[in-house]
Structures are given as structure tokens and as C-alpha cells.
Design a protein around this ligand. Structure first.
Ligand code: AMP
Length: 399
């Protein structure tokens, strides 16, 4: 069955058509600047040329219509008509406490997703618009919601509760939710397969290090802790996000710089991380690494702080699980940045970790990068959130 995977942002829409039998993508693309002047679609059919077209997309319905038209286009399309698309899997950012697993979308589910809008005001409304648009144009095609937060719903209360008055949890559901769940789940399962061990027998730490970055502790197949919180701002130092800070910094900065709370949060979300720490060199880790190599001191500090924070979280999660069998690196920096993996692992000698330098210098495949006698296995595993969404969708639709 062909499954269309949709990841809808406020002004963008990523899509991938995946054959659930071969698990290969048939076509993929991106609509950008939806509702803004100069909107464009990028489209690549498997084995074909990538094409880019500037074309008006006043709203998400129009973007989805264009995606479907492109997929069924006589010349460059990959399916004859929409009946060849068996189901749609939608990535939904926040499922709150309502969703601990993916689910078939119906009116009740739509309502429940809408009730989580408060928790992800930038993302969930866009995700809902994407579902509405698909329902309008693909009437009768089963749709599945796959939540970024669902995998982390197994965390115990001691890990997800903040040390603030309990009534705020009761009133507003303020707690740690965690994100990148589809990636943490996919990568931890894949690690068990690569190691030839039972998923349920392992203690795994997954470091999803991309522009957004998070770490999770997966014990016996269940997430027991993760670094992102109520929102994706908490935890590691990221491309532009600060990660953990003393919350008092917000009031302090607001007074000193005469900013509103919203403005300070904008700084913490968009102007911080390695971008801010490096003195605004770039939010792209490759640029910051390059500047570090050229001797830029702030870039060096930004990279050091990034690595140090990851190593600290790993240490915390070893304590949380009373041990660790495997540490996995994934996402842009985790999959490709061999230097980053090396520096982070240098902090972990106390765990008996030894990296295999040659394996660590490869990229793009699932692999063990620690030596044979390393006490803890270290792996590099390219994440594939789209495939994970297609698998979940397929499983639910064919239940
Ligand atoms: P993602 O958010 O997973 O797409 O990851 C994007 C980030 O991965 C960007 O900041 C890239 O600079 C970073 N990245 C990609 N390739 C490399 C590499 N070879 N070394 C270090 N960082 C990389």
C-alpha cells in the first residue's frame, strides 16, 4: 500500500509517499511559504530529477491539492490516481496526555488534538489544518495521527513532574512531555535489531542531535525520561534554542533589556543555542564547527558547551536507568558529525566506552561505532521519521 506522510508546519508542508511493502519512498517534497508571496514546491520522484516550481499557495488546502496533483501528474507523477494512495499518516506535534500511541483520525480525535492547541500553539493548529485539507480532497481515505509526544508517555511521574505547585499540573497540565518521540522510538528499536538483542532487555540512551536536539532514556522498551519538556525549549543547547536555563533569567532579561516575556522567549527559542553563544555565527553546526576550526573562541565555546550538555544528560540517564547498554547518535549532527560523537564519548570513559575511530568516521548507515571490547555499545543510526510514521499508519489501517 502507498502511504502519504504529511508533516504540516505553519507555512510549510513536507510530504513523502512510501510503499509500505518495500518501505522505500516513491516521491518526496516540500511546499514552502504557504500563504506568503513567492510560495514554492520542491518535488523529487524516486530515481527522477528534483524539480522546483514557484506557484501561488494561498493556504494549506491549496498546498495539499498541489501535492496530490504533482503525485498524479501524467508526466512526472508516481501514481495514476488518488485511489493508489491507501492512507495518510499525519505528524502531530503535541498529543498532551491524551495520546500515548498513534490513532486513526475521527471527529473525536480531531477534537482531542484541538484541545492540545494550548500546549503547542504554533504547531498543532497547522497540523489540524493539514488533516482538514486532506479530508476535503481525499474523502474516505483513512488518516492516522502520529504524535511527537506519544513515545514519552510511559515516563513515570517522578520524571515528568516539575517541582512547582501541583495545582498547575491539575489546572493546566504543566509537565514534561518530550518531543522527537517518533525518532527516539525508531532509533532505539533499530539499535536493538542492529545489536541482535531483545529490545525489552536493553537500557538505551538516544541522542537526537539536529537543529532541535533531545536525549531520551529507554529502559526495557519504554521511555523513562527525556530532555525536552512542556515545549521543545528545554534540555540540550540546540541550533538556536537555549535548552536548560535558570527561569529567573527571563525576568532579569526582561527588566534589563526592557523586553516582554514573549520577546525574551523569542530570544531563547530563536537567538540562543550555538547561534547565540557563538556570537551569531550560524545556527548550522557545520558553520560553527568550521569557525571553531579556524580559531574563533566563541564558536569553540559554543561547541564545547553543546558537547558538555549532551554528556551531562547521558550521565544523568545512566543514573536514571542504573546502567546503560547502548548509546545511539542520530539526526543531522548525531548521524554525520563524527567529531561531535568523538568529543561527547571522551566524557564517557568512566563507562568503559571506547570508540572505533575508523567506524566513527563513516556515515549514512546503521552501525556500531564502539570497539568490540567497549563495555557500552555506541551506535550511529540515521533516523527516519517518515518511515516510522508510514509503519504506524500501515499497522493501524490494516489492523
Ligand atoms: P536536522 O535538524 O536533523 O536536519 O540536523 C541539521 C543539523 O545537522 C545542521 O545544523 C547541520 O549543520 C548538522 N550537520 C549536518 N551534517 C553535519 C556534519 N557532517 N557535521 C556536523 N553537523 C552536521
Amino acid at each position: 500500500m502507498n502511504i502519504l506522510v504529511i508533516n504540516c508546519g505553519s507555512s510549510s508542508l513536507k510530504f513523502q509517499l512510501i510503499d509500505s511493502e518495500t518501505e522505500k519512498w516513491i516521491a518526496k517534497g516540500l511546499c514552502e511559504r504557504i500563504g506568503i508571496d513567492g510560495s514554492m514546491i520542491t518535488y523529487t520522484p524516486a530515481g527522477g530529477e528534483k524539480e522546483k516550481k514557484v506557484i501561488p499557495m494561498p493556504d494549506h488546502t491549496e498546498a495539499i491539492r498541489l501535492v496530490l496533483e504533482t503525485l498524479t501528474n501524467e508526466k512526472t507523477g508516481v501514481v495514476k490516481d488518488l485511489s493508489e494512495i491507501g492512507a495518510v499518516g499525519h505528524r502531530i506535534v503535541h498529543g498532551g496526555e491524551k495520546f500515548a500511541a498513534s490513532t486513526i483520525i475521527d471527529d473525536e480525535v480531531m477534537k482531542a488534538i484541538e484541545e492540545c492547541n494550548d500546549l503547542a500553539p504554533l504547531h498543532n493548529p497547522a497540523n489540524l489544518i493539514g488533516i482538514h485539507a486532506c479530508q476535503k480532497l481525499m474523502d474516505g481515505t483513512p488518516m492516522v495521527a502520529v504524535f511527537d509526544t506519544a513515545f514519552h508517555q510511559t515516563m513515570p511521574a517522578k520524571a515528568y513532574m516539575y517541582g512547582i505547585p501541583y495545582e498547575y499540573y491539575e489546572k493546566y497540565k504543566i509537565r514534561r512531555y518530550g518531543f522527537h518521540g517518533t525518532s527516539h522510538s525508531y532509533v532505539s528499536k533499530r539499535a536493538a535489531e542492529v545489536l541482535g538483542e531483545k529490545y525489552e532487555d536493553l537500557k538505551i540512551i538516544v541522542c537526537h542531535l539536529g537543529n532541535g536536539a533531545s536525549v531520551s532514556a529507554v529502559k526495557n522498551g519504554k521511555c523513562v525520561d527525556t530532555s525536552m519538556g512542556l515545549t521543545p525549549l528545554e534540555g540540550l543547547i540546540m541550533g538556536t534554542r537555549s535548552g536548560d536555563i535558570d527561569p529567573a533569567v527571563i525576568e532579569f532579561l526582561a527588566h534589563k533589556e526592557n523586553m516582554t516575556v514573549e520577546e525574551v522567549l523569542n530570544v531563547l527559542n530563536k537567538k540562543s543555542g550555538v547561534y547565540g553563544l557563538s556570537g551569531n555565527i550560524s545556527s548550522d553546526f557545520r558553520d560553527v564547527e568550521q569557525a571553531q576550526a579556524e580559531g574563533n573562541e566563541k564558536a569553540d565555546l559554543a561547541m564545547q558547551a553543546f558537547h558538555y550538555r549532551v554528556a551531562k544528560y547521558i550521565g544523568a540517564y545512566v543514573a536514571a536507568m542504573n546502567g546503560v547498554d547502548a548509546i545511539c547518535f542520530t539526526a543531522g549532527v548525531g548521524e554525520n558529525g563524527s567529531m561531535n560523537r568523538k568529543v561527547i564519548c571522551e566524557y564517557l570513559g568512566y563507562l568503559g566506552i571506547a570508540l572505533d575511530e575508523e567506524a566513527n568516521n563513516k556515515r549514512g548507515e546503521d552501525m556500531v561505532i564502539s570497539t568490540k571490547d567497549s563495555k557500552v555499545k555506541v551506535l550511529s543510526i540515521p533516523t527516519n521519521e517518515e518511515l516510522a510514521i508510514a509503519r504506524e499508519t500501515n499497522a493501524l489501517v490494516n489492523k
